[in-house]
Design a protein. Structure first.
Length: 307
């Protein structure tokens, strides 16, 4: 009774059902009805956990410690709500799934299979129905389309891994994900994710520090001894130029032939907004490949010869 008195609104609201209008309200009410016992149970246990977290915060050694406790709790809570919610949605999708197979026979519920996927909130497990056609033997999991799970990781998690690994060496990327997002991914899994994302054509996001005023590029080549002998390493530096100072400097280096080196430079110039820059300049020595590259990359750069 005490608990109910403390948290009457949650139970009462659930018991009262959703207050919704519009054409989708029928489905939403059906979904809520299907999940009612589960969400009620969840809400009651969460109420107890709020009190436990409160007690932890009240006795925390420092503000930082309290922050960590609340953060960990919020992830755990999100994970539980997500898992319970996805389960109800999966069951609804299954109940509404087309049972008629393309071959003309009917698909029958064969068995239940569980699947665990790593999300940004941690692992989430959903039991799905496995349908099988009696005629042609075709198999399907009707819930999987709505869930959108393909490779054991949610798309949001894959994106976080791919973004970090694109900016940092693998081990640093994984450490950063663990510390900042509490995401635990193995090196092998990260490599597989990056392989998939790397294969997709990625449109480069414009930098936040997109060039509004002037953009300067420095291009140079230097000979270095690599495993297979002496090779020319080509380097380029891009920067915004404001009030006589370089801003938002980025570096590109590779041992590609001159013609292939143009591509990363061109891409960098594009994402930095070179086409709309007030003015562009290239600083370099007299090497002919550099000036060819510069004029391919930028329409009319100011050419500054640096002996
Ligand atoms: Zn069939």
């Amino acid at each position: 009774m005490g608990r109910k008195k403390c948290y009457p609104s949650v139970d009462d609201q659930i018991a009262a059902g959703p207050k919704l209008g519009g054409k989708d309200s029928g489905l939403v009410i059906a979904l809520n009805a299907a999940g009612l016992p589960r969400v009620a149970q969840l809400a009651r246990s969460v109420a107890g956990e709020v009190q436990a977290l409160w007690a932890q915060v009240m006795t925390a050694a420092s503000g930082e410690a309290a922050e960590q406790m609340a953060l960990a709790w919020s992830r755990k809570l999100g994970q539980r709500v997500l898992q319970a919610g996805l389960q109800v949605r999966a069951e609804t999708a299954q109940a509404q799934a087309e049972r008629q197979c393309e071959c003309g026979n009917r698909r029958h519920a064969h068995s239940q299979r569980s699947r665990t996927v790593l999300t940004r909130l941690g692992p989430v497990r959903v039991v799905r129905q496995y349908l099988r056609c009696q005629g042609c033997g075709a198999r399907s999991f009707p819930a999987d389309e709505w869930l959108g799970w393909k490779h054991g990781f949610s798309r949001h998690l894959e994106e976080a891994v791919a973004q970090q690994a694109a900016a940092l060496p693998y081990r640093q990327a994984l450490t950063s994900l663990r510390r900042l997002c509490a995401i635990e991914v193995s090196l092998r899994a990260a490599q597989r994710i990056v392989g998939r994302w790397g294969a997709a054509e990625l449109t480069p996001e414009p930098y936040a520090q997109r060039v509004k005023g002037r953009m300067v590029a420095e291009i140079d080549g230097t000979t270095t001894h690599l495993e297979d002998g002496w090779r020319e390493i080509k380097v380029a530096t891009f920067m915004g130029w404001r009030q006589g100072k370089p801003r938002a400097v980025t570096y590109i280096a590779d041992w590609l032939p001159a013609q292939e080196f143009e591509e990363p430079l061109y891409r960098e110039a594009l994402v930095r907004g070179a086409p709309t820059a007030q003015a562009t300049a290239v600083v370099a020595d007299g090497a002919p490949w550099i000036w060819e590259t510069a004029t391919t990359m930028l329409s009319r750069p100011t050419q500054i010869l640096d002996g």
